[in-house]
Design a protein around this ligand. Structure first.
Ligand code: FAD
Length: 461
């Protein structure tokens, strides 16, 4: 962008800024490199300047200065998104939230924190008072709570508590507009979904209040099975078990486990894995379930025991961490995001396996969706060409497994298949110049001259 960034930085004072190109470039990236397609599209997209506001007042000042200069703005938390959500497509100002990180209030069943608060630190503060987040991402050690609410959808806890968007999981949030004098609005109840999962396109989240649940002494469990469908069947049984309070149920093909060197001394080699979090009181019921399903419990350790054994959290072998473990060894791997027929059925998985081919290794997460246990597949794909990737997607779709494209950086492309006109109407109210995360919504270009009410009229019945 042809703005004078040195004088822009002066106008931002007293807000701290970073202008060294190497450091700005580092903060212009997220985990888009999981996708060879996004990697070639985004690896040369960089911002011009980074601002690090410490308070909502400093945030408002950043937004007001950017508004005055028509400068594109990208919000950044921990930068762990997978679709280039935090990559500036048009250069401009990157606002990193990590200095605006206070935990404001912990009460019965809720926590209120500023958007830049680190999720692990929130959980640690909650544990000290007997609580924990109902849902958190496997990236908790790096990710911010605002980034999770703006970019995420589910995570550890979703098998019991559902999706973030479900009533009560996000209790409220505050979002700021990009105007001469930015306004702060409170969204409560189901209205949080006006802003949640819009990738920071339609407002700057400054504060969130999330549901918490009583803290339990979790045992990280890993059980192994002779076939993948058996592991999957056991995963479904555990996800549905009425007497076991599980917080995570995840299954991976044995070929993926070969990429978990830190678990080599703990797991039976060549076997298919189910990873879960089970409260210590329910371990007898868990062990009985695994035996009944024909599996073996290879590892069962508390968080303290895992630390002593120099092992990571077990959830670092689940969700998109599974893919990361493989990518650490071999950058030619990538992944897909695929829905599965409901109810989960091992026979459908057995049937699909050979149709997919040897370059696709399955990995499933179990979650509660609209009151039912469902599974979704985050397979490892050994990437050869874009055509082959699309052929694999077509095989999934033809067999009744809907694909959510993980290889596009448009908000309409992946998790949300269609344009979200609620989000776009709020974008018009909160960001009338279209500066926030510019270029990430295809449909915005078509509606940006309409009024918010006209955009809302486009919401399908
Ligand atoms: P960022 O990547 O910094 O930002 C994400 C998006 O939110 C961007 O569009 C950014 O512009 C916007 N944003 C950030 N802060 C704000 C703000 N204050 N206001 C408005 N917009 C903002 N996701 C899950 O949902 N569940 C998982 O279990 C999960 N596991 C993952 C595992 C790995 C290994 C990786 C790489 C990713 C995973 N993800 C998962 C995706 C991602 O980590 C999560 O969405 C994460 O919580 C994002 O937080 P962040 O602070 O890193 O956000």
């Amino acid at each position: 962008s042809n703005l004078n960034w040195a004088s822009f930085a002066e106008e931002l004072a007293p807000v701290a800024t970073i202008s060294e190109p190497v450091l700005v470039k580092k903060r212009s990236r997220d985990f888009f490199w999981y996708s060879p397609i996004l990697n070639s599209q985004l690896r040369r997209s960089f911002g011009d300047l980074v601002a690090l506001p410490k308070t909502p007042e400093e945030m408002a000042h950043c937004l007001s200065v950017a508004y005055a200069h028509d400068a594109p703005i990208v919000l950044r938390g921990g930068g762990t998104g997978n679709y280039g959500q935090a990559v500036p497509l048009d250069g401009g100002l990157i606002i990193e939230t990590t200095a605006m990180n206070r935990i404001l209030d912990i009460g019965d069943g809720y926590v209120t924190a500023e958007a830049g608060a680190n999720i692990e630190e929130i959980n640690a503060a909650l544990h000290a008072k007997g609580w924990e987040l109902a849902i958190f991402p496997s990236t908790q050690d790096i990710a911010t709570i605002g980034g999770f609410i703006a970019g995420g959808s589910s995570g550890i806890g979703s098998v019991a508590q559902g999706m973030l968007r479900d009533p009560g999981n996000i209790i409220s949030l505050k979002a700021m507009s990009v105007e001469d004098t930015p306004k702060l609005r409170l969204f409560e109840g189901q209205d949080v979904n006006q802003i949640h999962h819009a990738w920071g396109l339609n407002g700057v989240i400054t504060e969130v209040t999330l549901r918490t649940v009583p803290h339990q002494k979790w045992i990280g469990c890993m059980a192994t099975f002779d076939s993948y469908p058996k592991a999957y069947g056991a995963g479904y049984a555990l996800a549905c078990a009425p007497d076991i309070h599980r917080k995570l149920v995840s299954t991976v093909d044995a070929r993926i486990c070969a990429y978990f060197p830190r678990l080599a001394d703990h797991l039976r080699p060549g076997k298919h894995l189910m990873t879960s979090l089970v409260p210590v009181e329910d371990m007898d019921a868990y062990r009985a379930l695994i035996a009944e399903q024909g599996g073996t419990v290879d590892l069962a350790m508390s968080e303290t025991e895992l630390k002593a054994a120099k092992l990571p959290h077990v959830f670092e072998f689940a969700y998109n961490h599974t893919t990361l473990q493989v990518l650490k060894a071999d950058r030619s791997a990538t992944y897909l995001q695929v829905g599965c027929p409901t109810p989960p059925d091992p026979a459908a998985i057995t049937d699909l396996g050979p149709k997919l081919g040897d370059d696709v290794w399955q990995h499933h997460e179990f979650a509660l969706l609209d009151g039912q246990i469902v599974s979704f597949d985050l397979p490892i794909v050994w990437y050869s060409t874009e055509d082959r990737l699309h052929e694999i997607e077509a095989t999934y779709e033809a067999n009744g497994f809907p694909v959510y494209d993980a290889h596009v950086c448009m908000v309409e492309g992946g998790g949300l298949k269609n344009a979200d006109y609620r989000h776009l109407a709020w974008k018009k109210r909160m960001d009338p110049k279209g500066l926030l995360n510019s270029g990430k919504s295809l449909e915005w270009e078509n509606v940006k001259h309409k009024t918010p009410e006209e955009i809302e009229a486009m919401i399908p019945e």
